[in-house]
Design a protein around this ligand. Sequence first.
Ligand code: GLU
Length: 300
Amino acid sequence: MVEGPYVGRFAPSPSGALHLGSVVAALASFLQARAHGGEWLVRIDDIDPPRTRAGAADAILRSLERLGLEWSRSVTFQSHARAQHLSACQWLLDRELAFRCICSRRQLVNQHYAGTCRARHILATVRHAVRAIGASAEFEFTDAVQGRYSPPSGTAADAFVIWRAEDLPAYHLATVVDDAAAGVTEVVRGADLLESTPRQLHLQKLLALSSPRYAHLPLVLDPNGLKLSKQRAAEPIDVAAPAHTLARALSFLRHPLPPTLCAAPSPEIIAWAANAWRLEKIPRARGLTEIGFGGHQRGA
Ligand code: GLU
């Protein structure tokens, strides 16, 4: 585990405006950092050019400001850390903890990679991806919200892509390298990434990095039980009504705002929430619909 003063973070992809689900992740990670007297960082995860929307990063940062969520250091952009991502990838290749791969997605069997390229020695000049070797055992871990998580058996052995054939770092590698570089001690994020965590724990081990703690929040589901997503153009939050947005997010996180604060300025609401904050109040569920605010509750 990473020792030292608490460092938390919020790492949105700039693929659209903030919706209630992303506000829940931003707010919970912020309050958890506050509760520990720690730092809260904002990193824009912009390593996937086709998903990046012009102006989205700026809009996200302005919304966080309106919500009173102040970050502790300068905002970082994942795309600026390409040299560090590349050197981590090379470090793994040099130690044969990763290998070049020319297999296409069609060659996977039921989503599983058979390890075909591991013994092949693909030349660096050929268009290739890079895969990290799989783990010898499943990476079980205890999540601070979801409890014990065991990945489906058989998944640990799969080598997974850390550098994409498009010559871009893959999500797991960039996240692990950037979290470690910033000294992140706890990752608080949506439960859609719970299943990614065993691979990130494995990658931290291969790279000889300490692992942060993890807390995966229930996702905000729409009335049809689907995850709100920027890509599916979920309704953006109303930046003109920060108190209403904070009240919705706090209610979802089971910290309902006292009626006297329902129209208060953001800093007052944040001060109340920081004082009331208990991670244990968050339900152990992968997804929930909103309660109050017009939705009726449903678990997933
Ligand atoms: N950038 C990712 C997303 O917006 C989150 C990354 C993470 O929290 O590890 O879904």
